[in-house]
Write a protein that binds this ligand. Sequence first.
Ligand code: PEP
Length: 257
Amino acid sequence: MRKKIVAGNWKMNTDKLKGSLLTHTVMEETNPGNFEVIFFPPFPFLSDIALISCQKQGFSLGAQNISEFDNGAFTGEVSAEMIASIPCKYVLVGHSERRMYFNENADVLNKKLLKAYQHGLIPLFCCGEPISERENDNYLDFVSIQIKESLFDLTADQLKNTVIAYEPIWAIGTGKTANPSQAQEMHALIRNVLEEKFDQNLVESIPILYGGSVNSSNASELFSQPDVDGGLVGGASLKAEEFIKIIASMETVLRNK
Ligand code: PEP
């Protein structure tokens, strides 16, 4: 069975104390035996959350970003090597907010992916279409292109160490979730596109998460789809009670499989 994951992207929210408390509470109340829960806190709290998250099996840490450069005069940037030294296991690459607000194009994303692999980080690669592409019925082609331009040049080994998240931009932070069949359609498409280039068994082993207004009411149905291997959760991961319920949804889905 593919690895199942529930990940919380805190974005630029919370503070050191509240973030630590949130992590403690979530870890006390949940037991992800056969899946993984990943916290993606802001950079300044990574070391604190690392010390907490390493204390129980099933919990991991990720960074929200890395630089495309190795080191040097890049004020404000954080390198993959620094992140790996905390240690972090994962890093987000290609989140739509980075593509939109920080002009991260395919060229930049490819450099970041390579830095992640070089330092032993697992990239959680995000893709997803804006509402205009969905309304024009071009959403499948749009995401296919994102997958091809960022992942087709990887080696099989690199792809093996990759997690994908499908996050339709119109669903991020809007309260409008893709319905389970819309998520399933895109996740299956992503697998089909990858199979044009990579071995079917390899592609079958890659976790594809859904992201976009996941909450405790919609998580179960989304996680039950055959090609949905979990969720990348933004807003709801900042509320301990909500995130705990989302993690519990994954437990229930896996128990009933
Ligand atoms: C995200 O930040 O990746 C995300 C999906 O946010 P939200 O759950 O708030 O829509």
